[in-house]
Design a protein around this ligand. Structure first.
Ligand code: FES
Length: 94
């Protein structure tokens, strides 16, 4: 199991998820309010910022790279529906 800390404004959640779990699906299953629409990487709605543990996440998908520029990537932005976690991470929802 890995720990996923999620901050949405002033609220925090700490989830324990299986290694390799999808970030958006795990958050949604626990009613963590990450906005989403398509769940397939096309709408860009589920954007989050990985503030710690970026190296514990899956590589960027082509769909993520389509939605983001260099500044977004440097900030650790990800699409939650395209991100799988393999170690402890911290996430901020803008
Ligand atoms: S929910 Fe549409 S890109 Fe993630």
């Amino acid at each position: 199991m890995v720990k996923v800390n999620i901050q949405v404004e002033e609220e925090h959640w700490e989830l324990e998820v299986a290694e390799g779990a999808n970030l958006l699906l795990e958050a949604a299953a626990r009613s963590v309010p990450i906005p989403f629409r398509c769940t397939t990487g096309r709408c860009g709605t589920c954007r989050v910022q990985v503030t710690a543990g970026a190296d514990q996440c899956s590589d960027y998908t082509e769909l993520e790279l389509f939605h983001m520029d260099g500044a977004d990537l440097a900030s650790g932005d990800r699409l939650a529906c395209q991100t799988f976690v393999y170690g402890d991470v911290s996430i901020k929802v803008p």
